[in-house]
Design a protein around this ligand. Structure first.
Ligand SMILES: C[S@@+](CC[C@H](N)C(=O)[O-])C[C@H]1O[C@@H](n2cnc3c(N)ncnc32)[C@H](O)[C@@H]1O
Length: 397
């Protein structure tokens, strides 16, 4: 974790935008009587129109060395999408589901690579609908989609809201972790909700507010002095999805743990993290709007919210397991074969890049184990290949 003073200063225009966002948040704190919840603060810092981190979105996602702040699996290369496409094509074909819905499509890279891969597999959705809260990210997605062949690009639409009832294959990579979280802090009197107050000069500071009820039994494992996150927004999102998904499968890929592990007695500082320029820091109140803020996903709560909304838990496993079950190594072999020189020239730069991307996706110390895949569904009989071996659904009971 980096100290914030060791991170390079952004350009003056971005600093001015951050100062304006800070003033607006301070005004909201005043209007609310001196305190807002961290959940509200995080919503403003990430999504305040024009100023929040994702709302302004100058770089955000992309490869090391550019103007980006972090890398996600689809940005590592085309093989993540090509592997996920196998699961989607098998389900889409067997269940006659004509729509793919992607939440939080980031740079549009996953959408573009998925459509190319699905085309290669001989199954395409009639509609590829993107639901994206940030107007700036949506513009970036539109630019990525515009580069696709017309027969693929014309299938892509942006939904401003979820329809009341729809049948679809739903995906979301690193979306749940970008949803605002409540912070709860345990003192000798019990749990209190941590929020944000302001000093006379407008500087933002932490302030513990009202007593709070611990929503997870496993939070009893955490000692006095602990801070942890409660994922009310993400669970509400799943409840809405569950109310509207008439038939289909929803798969979310993200870093996180089941409740018992999330509330491990040694995880006293919680999982809240900030990212800027490919470095992590731990001060979300510093220069609001200029760093990503994220928390690990608490997957038991997601599974319970899904069950309460009438969705079935179809599978839960590590990203490595899921991708290997879906045939990642076959996908890699085929991609290497298509390179000039084929598999026989493994030192070829493009081949090394593909292999390095795969290594990052599945290695236990990279994304392979920390990242999980959860699948939820309704009215679908086809078994999911991604959970054929190593399903850990029981861990979310
Ligand atoms: C961490 S980025 C991940 C982007 C992309 N999926 C990827 O893997 O590269 C999170 C994305 O989710 C979007 N987002 C956050 N909450 C959302 C919601 N409730 N509905 C749709 N998009 C959302 C953000 O604006 C952003 O584009």
């Amino acid at each position: 974790m980096e100290r914030t003073d060791s991170l390079a200063a952004p350009d003056p225009a971005r600093l001015r935008a951050s100062a304006e966002l800070q003033q607006r948040i301070a005004a909201e704190i005043d209007a609310a009587g001196g305190w807002i919840s961290f959940e509200r603060y995080m919503e403003r810092a990430l999504y305040a129109p024009g100023l929040g981190y994702y709302a302004a979105a100058p770089g955000v996602l992309g490869a090391w060395g550019g103007s980006s702040d972090f890398v996600t699996a689809p940005e590592l290369g085309p093989l993540f999408a090509a592997t996920l496409a196998r699961e989607l094509a098998a389900l889409g074909r067997a269940e006659a589901l004509p729509t793919v819905v992607e939440f939080g499509a980031g740079s549009g890279r996953l959408a573009a690579d998925l459509l190319r891969a699905l085309d290669g597999l001989g199954w395409l959705p009639e509609t590829y609908a993107i639901v994206e809260v940030s107007a700036a990210m949506r513009q970036r997605q539109q630019r990525a989609v515009a580069e696709l062949p017309a027969a693929l690009a014309r299938r892509v639409v942006w939904w401003d809201a979820l329809p009341d009832a729809f049948d679809a294959l739903v995906i979301g990579n690193e979306v749940l972790d970008a949803m605002p979280v409540q912070l709860l802090a345990r003192d000798t009197g019990g749990w209190r909700e941590r929020g944000v107050a302001r000093d006379a000069d407008g500087a933002l500071r932490w302030a513990d507010g009202a007593a709070a009820v611990a929503p997870r039994a496993t939070m009893a494992q955490l000692p006095v002095g602990s801070v942890t996150e409660v994922h009310r927004v993400a669970q509400g999102f799943i409840a809405t999805l569950g109310a509207r998904l008439r038939r289909g499968v929803a798969m979310f890929i993200d870093y996180g743990f089941p409740a018992a592990e999330y509330d491990h007695a040694q995880r006293v500082g919680g999982t809240l993290r900030c990212h800027r320029a490919h470095r992590a820091h731990d001060d979300p109140l510093w220069q609001p709007g200029l760093s990503d803020i994220t928390a690990h996903v608490e997957f038991s709560g997601i599974a319970h919210a899904a069950r309460d909304a009438g969705l079935e838990l179809l599978g839960y496993t590590s990203q490595a397991r899921f991708l290997l079950n879906c045939g990642l190594l076959d996908v890699l072999r085929d991609a290497l074969r298509e390179l000039p020189g084929g598999v026989a020239a493994p030192s070829d730069r493009a081949g090394v890049q593909l292999a390095a991307g795969v290594q990052k996706l599945v290695n236990e110390s990279e994304m392979g184990e920390l990242f999980k895949v959860i699948a939820l569904g309704r009215g679908v009989a086809t078994p999911l290949a991604g959970f054929a071996a190593g399903d850990r659904s029981a861990a979310l009971a």
